[in-house]
Design a protein around this ligand. Structure first.
Ligand SMILES: CC(C)(COP(=O)(O)OP(=O)(O)OC[C@H]1O[C@@H](n2cnc3c(N)ncnc32)[C@H](O)[C@@H]1OP(=O)(O)O)[C@@H](O)C(=O)NCCC(=O)NCCS
Length: 155
């Protein structure tokens, strides 16, 4: 994220006993809530108004995250439309006695900016600058097409 002007957000948690499932690992639903919140913070910082979650792309849980692990979530805006914007959230897990960080998840979310009347409101345009941002922006357009196809198909 260094050097980038795009809106971002970061949160860090320690996995506590109330966050785990029967196997002693972080509950998937809890992680999804953390993802949604940090994504909303980045989106709000970009939109300068309240946002609501319109879509969360599929989320794969590649590695279990155990009790006591340090979990860092990093969110960045990747694309903007007229009233909606896409945010990528990367999740990293770190054991207490090791400096090694493992990326456990990446999720893409779409938020819609809302005005005081509760209706969608225009967002400032995000213009990608670096080659990485431009590539991700192009891919975001493809992801948007797929989401709108799903929406128009009625699910
Ligand atoms: C999100 C919501 C405000 C969109 O309302 P809508 O009537 O579809 O509004 P619009 O048709 O004007 O769409 C607004 C924007 O959202 C985008 N959008 C709407 N549904 C989308 C979806 N499923 N995936 C991706 N983008 C979506 C539209 O493409 C449009 O983007 P743009 O202005 O950048 O082109 C509405 O569906 C809603 O309130 N959903 C519930 C949100 C919620 O409660 N979230 C919390 C989790 S339960």
């Amino acid at each position: 994220m260094e050097g980038s002007k795009r809106a971002c957000a970061e949160t860090t948690h320690i996995v506590m006993s109330e966050d785990i499932n029967q196997l002693g690992n972080l509950h998937g639903g809890t992680l999804m809530q953390w993802v949604d919140i940090v994504g909303a913070v980045a989106a709000t910082r970009h939109a300068h108004t309240i946002v609501t979650t319109a879509a969360l792309d599929s989320m794969d849980f590649k590695h279990p995250v155990p009790l006591g692990a340090i979990v860092t979530l990093q969110a960045v805006v990747t694309w903007t439309g007229r009233t909606s914007l896409e945010v990528r959230v990367d999740v990293y897990s770190e054991k207490a006695r090791s400096e090694k960080k493992t990326r456990t998840n990446t999720a893409y979310l779409v938020f819609v900016a809302l005005g005081y009347d509760g209706n969608p409101q225009e967002v400032p345009e995000f213009l990608p600058e670096t080659s990485e941002e431009k590539l991700e922006y192009e891919r975001a357009l493809q992801r948007r097409e797929e989401r709108l196809r799903r929406k128009n198909a009625g699910f």
